[in-house]
Ligand binder design. Sequence first.
Ligand code: C2E
Ligand code: MG
Ligand code: MG
Length: 670
Amino acid sequence: MLSIHHFVITAIVAIITLFYSVFFYHFLKDQQQKTDLIMESIRHDTSETAYIISTEMQGIESIRSFKSLLNRKVASSPLITNMVVSLGNKILIKTDAAITTIPPGKRTLSTLNNIPTSKLLEQRVFESDIDFFMQDKPAKLRLFTYVDHKYISNYFSQNQMNYLLFFGLFPMLGLGLLWLILRNYITTPLESLRLFAYSQEKRPKPFKLKELEYVRSSMEETFQRLEHEKKELYRLARTDSLSGLANRSQLNERLSWLISEASRENSEFAIVFIDLDNFKVVNDSLGHDIGDELLKNVADLIHHVLREYDIIARVGGDEFVIVLSHYKTNFELTHIIQRIIDRISELHIIESHPIRVSASIGVAFYPQDGTDITGLMKSADIAMYEAKKLGKNQFKFFTKALHQQVLKEIELEHSMRKAIKNNEFELFYQPKMSTDGHQVVGAEALIRWIHPQKGIIPPNDFIPAAEKNGLMVELGEWILQTVVQQQIEWKTSGLADIQLSVNLSVVQFLDDHFDDKFERIIIQSGIDPQKLDIEMTESVFLENSLKNLSSLNNIRDLGVSISLDDFGTGYSSLAYLKALPIDTLKIDKSFMDDFNNETGSIFIETIVKLAHTLKLHVVAEGIETQDQINYLVKIGCNTYQGYYCSPPLPVDQFEAFLRLTDYGCGEDRE
Ligand code: C2E
Ligand code: MG
Ligand code: MG
């Protein structure tokens, strides 16, 4: 496409070409007209002289009388300088005595008609004939007319100059002027407007032409608006809308820039992963609006602890990442992180709700804990989980040992998946006994991994990993299914119709389909729900407590009883006991170990009294001695579980245990 600039140049060149073609045509025509006029004048003088001589001459001897005629002609015409009359080559009369011979033939021109300008300019002498009768015979004299060559040349060059000036130079100047005007008023401003449209760097000056100025100002306005909208969109795409902090994509962008800079300068920086503890509790109990406000609050205070050049981003619901690169010592770094922890754990008042949260923080360093974004984030994440595991509200650095642990977890997950496929998991059963008559009142299913090489692996070695890597849901479903079938099998075989307890992990409750699956298993199996008991720990109420509470109510509504396992080791809050649909408290083994010292017994007795007041059953766990049994009888706790009677047993051994009629434990055993 043609630019205005090129268009104007092309137009000007076309105009110049056309103009000069016309100009040259007229110029040449004018030259010829002038030549014709000059020739007309010369022809007139020459033919008049020839005519007078031929008509008035009496004889060749009278020719001299015409010299004055020649002189007059020469004097009266500015074009003619000399005239010579000759007979053959012999000069008869002449106007200049200096002329001694007639001009040679090649210097003369005998025709005076249709002479082109160029010929006239090079011709100096014209020749014509004078007819007369000599002794009654026609004869010819030759009349040479010398023209003033200089005068004619001057005349033409003067004419050419005028032409060039008026028709050559002035129009050129005019076109030049036109070009300048077009350039200054149209092409240059339009070009600057075009550049502005692309880069918005230099604002174009106002146009001097009204209509163009309207176009310019409206375009400038539009471009500025578009640019503003573009920047805003860019900002939004890189900003977390809730907190106003950078989002994950901005974090990645800035991190990769920082990584390349740090690798060039051989410097280090810290990536700090912050996760709020129990944020879900706030969300579930006070609603998402309050949760959002809390996140904004936390974002604000982290922002205030940091300096302008530190990167801070929100990368998930309650997850923040900060990148610190300007710290002199690790002491300074830990000071900053501790301040963040302290500030977060201060009381937040949101819409008049006093809220306390804490944060678990993991720290990883570039380059030793990772040289790319994924590696660094993973290391910081691992360290954060370690902080959570160690009791939350603290920070942990990523270490080699942590790394090893992660590798072990990956390996464990891999072999667990294989174990599920190969049916390597097995349920063992531990009886729950009555303290008085040592009757089997139930049994707890406890999972074991029968590893082909390592032998029996206890649950504490793989349940936490299964909870972390997501296998717990699948495994939990298998356990529940197996226990339910086992209960029905023992019942139908007539061996025992006892209540079986299943341990449920909090992770199972977090599964969206948990309620449906549980109900389906109970209904489809046809088990008497009262013969099923689920054991869960207090951690069930920490995360997503509302949903979990509704799941527990569903379980209860189905007729399945609920035991609170390891009671006393967690928060043991009275509020839980009041709010939750619990049937049984299981006193943790650690308390039972201390039964014979004052503090231990106070706890146990308090729990038992509490349970009786709330009309709950109590099961004492980890009973290993007769003394413990005696103590339990004394304080009115009538169910126990423990090695004293039996460890968890594989199905065939447990069946054998059940078959032993009048079976008893301890003193009654003999
Ligand atoms: P838990 O539910 O509190 O189970 C009681 C644990 O104490 C069992 O350990 C049991 O073998 C052990 N125990 C029972 N009596 C005695 C005793 O007299 N002395 C001693 N020293 N220990 C005794 P186990 O089987 O290793 O299970 C550990 C934990 O693993 C369980 O604690 C439970 O939280 C979890 N777990 C076991 N099986 C399952 C399961 O099928 N599902 C889930 N989610 N968790 C399970
Ligand atoms: Mg248990
Ligand atoms: Mg327990």
